[in-house]
Structures are given as C-alpha cells and as structure tokens.
Design a binder for this molecule. Sequence first.
Ligand code: PLP
Length: 398
Amino acid sequence: METLTNQLSDRINNLAASATLAMAAKARELRAEGKDIIGLSLGEPDFNTPDFIKDAAIQAVNDNYNSYTPVDGYVELKDAIITKFKRDNKLTYDRSQIVVSTGAKQSLYNVAQVCLNPGDEVLLPCPYWVSYSDIVKLAEGVPVEVETSLDTDFKMTPEQLEAAITPKTKMLWYSSPCNPSGSIYSEAELRALADVLQKHPQIVVVSDEIYEHINYVGGHASMAQFEDMYDRVVTVNGVAKAFAMTGWRIGYIGAPAYIARACNKIQGQVTSGANCIAQRAVITALEAPVSKIQYMVDEFKERRKLILGLLKDIEGFECNEPEGAFYVFPNISHYFGKTLNGTTINNASEFALYILEQANVATVTGEAFGNANCIRISYAASQDQIKQAIARIKKAVS
Ligand SMILES: Cc1ncc(COP(=O)(O)O)c(C=O)c1O
C-alpha cells in the first residue's frame, strides 16, 4: 500500500495544507486527549445562523428544492446579489456577471484557474489570507509577496505596488477588510493604487470583500467602484462571515462577463453548482436589511476592544488596531531567540506551538499569511474565553 503514495501528483505534493485548518485539527487532537484548549485559530463566527435564514432553508426543503440548480446559481439569487451590490457597493452588474459558488474560497479558486497561465505573477500584499498563495500555485501562477509593515497598518502603498510590478504581473489579490490584519483600504487609498494600475492595463484585480460588513469604522470601498477599473476587477464576496454561515458554503463574484462565463464553465465541469437549499436561504439573507446582522458586529466590536486592551498588558505584543474582520495580528518577534520555560523560540510557528502546548490556546502562525513575525488570534469567541485565553498566554510568556 505504502508505495502507492508515490502515485500522488507533484501538484498535490507541492501544496501546503491550510495552516488554519491544521491548527484547528491539532487543537481537536489535544482536546481529545482531555486538554482544555481554547480555540482562537479559526476564522469562524461563534454565533448561530440567524433564525430568519434558517427558516428560509427549512421552507426550501419543504418546497422540494432538490434538483440541480443552474451552474452559476438560481436567477433569484443572482438578482438578490445584483441588488446587494447596488445597495451596499454602488456597483452595477447584470446576471451575466454573477457566479454563485461553493464558498468564496471556490470563487477565488475559479478565478485563478480561469485567469492564470503557468508563470503568471500574482501580487499578494502581505499579510494575505492563508489560501491565496496555494490557490495561485494550483493554477501554476507565481505568488509574489509584497511586504508591508505595521507603520502603514499592513497596507500596501502605491510605491510598493509600482515596484512589485513586472512584465509578468497578471493579477493583484487582496482582502479589505483584511484577514489577518483587519486593515481596511479607504476609498482614497484604493484610488491611489488604481492610479498605479492605470499604467498597467494587463493586471486583473481580485478584491475579496467577504468581511465587508464586519467593519468598525464605517465606509467600505470597492476597487470596482472606479469607472476606469470596473472592467478588470473581480469582486469576491460571500455570506460565511457576516451571516454566520461558514458551513453553508455560498460565495459569489461580480466580474467582467468574460471572467464570469469562464468561471461558470469550470464549475460546470467540477461541481455543477452550489447547494440548492443554501442558495435559497442566501436569497433571504441578502434581501434582509444589513441592520439584521448588526448585533453580531456590535459584539465583535466589544471583543476587539477587550482583546486589544488585554494584549497591551503583555510584553512584546505589538498590534495594529484592526478596523474590521475579527482578528488581531500581533508582532511577537520580541520573543525570537528567547527561552521560555525551557523552550527556545526561533520563529512565529514555534511561538504559536509553544502557546498551544503551554497555554492551551490555539492561534495561527503569521508565516501562513506571509509574515513571519506575527501570529493571528481570532476573537470570534466569547468574552470569557478571550479573557481566559489572553491570561493564559500572558502567564506562558512571563
Ligand atoms: C479573506 C477570506 N476570503 C475568503 C474566505 C473563504 O470564505 P468561504 O468560507 O465563503 O469560502 C475566507 C475565510 O476564511 C477569508 O478569510
């Protein structure tokens, strides 16, 4: 049997496993051994899906929605997405520009597969969402990391963008609000990046806006809102985060029609479209006023305040103030080269592992997000859990 493992492709052998899911699996393993692990590693709201959405799904089951859907999504869902884009983002799309997928992750995978040829470079401002680089590699693209720092709130400047562009640059991918830094590009900042991109008309932009509603400062801007960029921006969004629907697996894009057509084509060969019941429920979710989910955002805002306050009291944790999403991304390089309770810490992965084993708190190494000096801590957990977790971390590094 063992020799058969050699039959795996280079493609899969070269693929990194998702670091966030790996950390969650490790935490589960330790829990099974009886350890009291507090999980702050996953990007998953700890709320239940709101009842009005659950009711719509139950109704869909009872209404016998059980057949294959159109590959790119029910027309009613596409129309709800079109209305949402207009209402929240002032973006005008028609049905030919919308594709519904099995999560925003699949939307991103589709876009990489249909846009990239081997060797095409994709700019990824660091820190970036953990899966971007491997999704790009699966499409035989070349991820090009653009380093940013705390000084610019982990945002890429126009100068950095300009310097990173080569004749091989095909795409730019970023998330705003950003996972893992929580940073949000303002309209002016996006405009300044767009001005650079004007000189490079071959570059297609992926704007991942899945944390759009989890915004503590107000004012969400989309790259596609600029008329001179609209034709080469793919706006990615989904319901996993803001509607507490991670397991329902629905994401979507608004894109130039030729890209949407290509994504439809790939889905037609790979999934035949997203789950029918989840699609019906998402129509109801998107048609509801955003105020219906504000209670979750308000609670995340409280937790952000709590965790930032608690982390301030720990030596060597240097944080930006996240403006959105539900993560903090402290720089913990202060501990590199130091020995804590007999363990020498050399990098962020070792630090995250140390915290897991000594404090029984699961976080994720920043290396997975393209920044080797930080760890990501999710505050999608109760205030009690956050207090306990940070107290344990503080003790473990004292
Ligand atoms: C920035 C970002 N994009 C996309 C996704 C994937 O979303 P979905 O669960 O809809 O596939 C995530 C999930 O963690 C994310 O953080």
